[in-house]
Design a protein. Sequence first.
Lengths: 113, 114
Amino acid sequence: DQQVKQNSPSLSVQEGRISILNCDYTNSMFDYFLWYKKYPAEGPTFLISISSIKDKNEDGRFTVFLNKSAKHLSLHIVPSQPGDSAVYFCAASAKDSNYQLIWGAGTKLIIKP
Amino acid sequence: DAGVTQSPTHLIKTRGQHVTLRCSPISGHKSVSWYQQVLGQGPQFIFQYYEKEERGRGNFPDRFSARQFPNYSSELNVNALLLGDSALYLCASSLGGLSGNTIYFGEGSWLTVV
């Protein structure tokens, strides 16, 4: 039972354009969401998070949008840069499970020059 | 400031052996979590410790155990290793407490079981 789903295993985007990574969840108790970026042979690196009391959080080139009614969140990267090529994971947590993170399977983002 | 540090970074074990993986959290962080990641999947939660108490346990067999020390560092132990235990083992730390916290990962320990 996958509570967090990233339905696109990979995404290819032209350098300078917008990258949009999507994530869907099923557990309505999730109240904190995070995006991580992972290069091969490294641990995941925290990018940006959002609490369920918000619908948008922005940090530089990264913006996360949360649509609670649709149980959907997305990460926008503008403009996309070659160094953004990595695997991106979304994760969700809930207070009633001690904020253990539940992870999606990841989306591999490839930025084309 | 040092981030989350893990040791060893790579190791090879034989089926049936035992392994201990170590983790030091970010200074000031009281919560440590362990995750297993295999290729093509997101990290799978194994354990969470906060203030030396187990706070959560994922769906892993009893061969997996962990503990947290007074200085908040942690060990993950796996007994009777199977080939399927080959994976990247990630340790993460956070402030802990009862609100959603961002967790920060170490570089991981690559375990190969042959």
